[in-house]
Design a protein around this ligand. Structure first.
Ligand code: NAP
Length: 292
């Protein structure tokens, strides 16, 4: 790849950002598509995020994906009357993508929900998410984004179960009457008739135990999705599969949010000829090997 004065620059911003797989995915697509662009990682200090975004107004770079812990803060940077916030980002209460328009305005979006739906479409194509309630375990930023995307996709009811009930309630209050909050004492009732359960807690990350649940209360046809993809096959997914449930891993959610991000940043659909999931799997395996 030759970097020239015409090279289009985009990237991801996070803290920490070193382990992000986004540069791998986007640069592979850029190369396969023969586009003159580059995608790099930015890791400002925790209080340096605002300065980075404000400094890029005007199009010094074309845009950034935004990852932890800046997604909520990003939405707060939007100036009324100047910047454009996509309705799905407002609903999610967070942005994972900012495009710097040449007139100095920001376009903030959230493609995480699209990523979630992509993962279901890829790994559970016969599951109709509109056919019944979906349970989300957890009430952090990822849970809110998922709940917003599911409501927009026509899921009839989204149930949020969280250790801290008030956080689940805050999401339900923000997203309207299709979203209900459940506390740990309602762990049986929450699964009644559910078509899917999504782990959006941080439990299970790095091989730890996943969220505990009453497996007897879960319908046998219910599918299980885990947003955690390090490791790919979490204890939560293993437990679900051992009980005969269909499972969906979190890696396709990452790939699925990157597809519309790439289109917004580089103005082209990612080439389908390249299997970025396989590349990401190889990178994850190398990371695991380096740890051991
Ligand atoms: P977050 O805002 O920190 O929220 C964490 C959630 O986990 C909260 O609901 C928290 O409950 C719950 N939790 C943490 N420890 C717990 C414990 N010991 N017992 C019960 N609940 C516990 O994190 P987030 O940004 O929403 O991310 C959640 C997960 O999704 C992370 O693992 C993240 O890596 C993953 N994720 C994946 C993708 C993807 O593309 N696959 C995208 C986004 C996020 P409390 O409210 O009670 O503290």
């Amino acid at each position: 790849m030759t970097i020239s004065a015409k090279t289009r620059v985009a990237g991801v911003v996070g803290h920490p950002v070193r382990h992000s797989l986004s540069p791998l995915l986007h640069n592979a697509w850029l190369q396969a598509a023969g586009l003159d662009g580059v995608y790099i990682a930015f890791g400002p200090s925790l209080d340096g995020f605002r300065a980075l975004i404000e400094g890029c107004r005007g199009g010094a770079i074309c845009g950034l994906n935004i990852t932890l812990p800046f997604k909520e803060q990003a939405l707060g940077l939007a100036q009324a009357g100047r910047d454009f916030v996509h309705p799905r980002a407002s609903l999610a209460g967070a942005a994972n993508l900012v495009v710097f328009r040449t007139d100095g305005s920001l376009e903030l979006d959230n493609t995480d929900g699209e990523g979630l739906l992509y993962a279901f479409a890829r790994q559970a194509p016969s599951l109709d998410l509109k056919s019944g309630p979906v349970v989300i375990l957890g009430a952090g930023g990822a849970a809110r984004g998922a709940a917003a995307a599911l409501v927009l996709a026509g899921v009839p009811q989204v149930r949020i179960l969280n250790r801290t009930f008030d956080r689940a309630l805050a999401i339900a209050d923000a997203l309207g009457d299709k979203v209900l909050a459940y506390g740990q004492d309602q762990i049986g009732a929450v699964f009644d008739g559910a078509v899917a359960v999504i782990n959006a807690t941080s439990l299970g990350l790095n091989g730890g135990e996943g969220p505990g649940l009453d497996w007897q209360a879960v319908p046998s046809t219910c599918a299980f999705m885990d947003m955690v993809y390090k490791p790919l096959d979490t204890q939560f997914l293993q437990a679900a599969r051992a009980r005969g449930h269909l499972t969906i891993d979190g890696l396709d959610m990452l790939v699925g949010q990157a597809i519309p991000s790439f289109e917004a940043l580089f103005g082209h659909a990612p080439p389908q000829a390249i299997d970025v999931r396989a590349l990401a799997l190889a990178a994850l395996a190398a990371e695991e090997k380096a740890k051991s």
